[in-house]
Design a protein around this ligand. Structure first.
Ligand code: FES
Length: 136
């Protein structure tokens, strides 16, 4: 393993789709996800960008938006958008509806196991429209 691999961001693939965390500074494309009214608090909405599926969440109590890959790293199922949201030790989280693995929506880390982290995407809201940032 060379030093570039050691410091590479987490990447997850599901045959054809590849997921990598995107920081705001890396955004090349803000993709319209929908109107804010389409994302009730705590209920995930899923968008497709190319062959990737990204789950988008709004936490009303924090007035905060989060987006992560829809693909659960446990069994590689596209289900996280249907997961249960919550807060654990102050960290907003999504729990997979299948086997309840929970992931931080801030950095993607698995909070109750040793699954690989989720890729996290920045969210921007402008004029009641919700955008997810992609690096490509
Ligand atoms: S598939 Fe998500 S926890 Fe098992």
């Amino acid at each position: 393993m060379n030093s570039q691999q050691l410091h590479a961001p987490p990447v997850m693939t599901n045959n054809e789709a590849t997921y990598t965390t995107v920081k705001v500074a890396q955004v090349a494309n803000w993709v319209l996800a929908g109107n804010v009214s389409q994302f009730p608090s705590g209920v995930g909405g899923t968008i497709k960008y190319g062959n990737r599926q990204v789950a988008v969440f709004y936490f009303a109590r924090r007035d905060a938006w989060y987006a992560c890959q829809n693909l659960c790293p446990h069994k590689l199922e596209n289900v996280l958008g249907r997961g249960l949201t919550g807060v654990q030790d102050g960290i907003p989280k999504i729990a997979c509806p299948l086997h309840k693995k929970a992931f931080s929506l801030e950095d993607g880390k698995n909070l109750n196991g040793d699954c690989p982290p989720l890729a996290i995407y920045p969210v921007r809201v402008e004029n009641d429209l919700v955008y997810v940032g992609f690096a490509d």
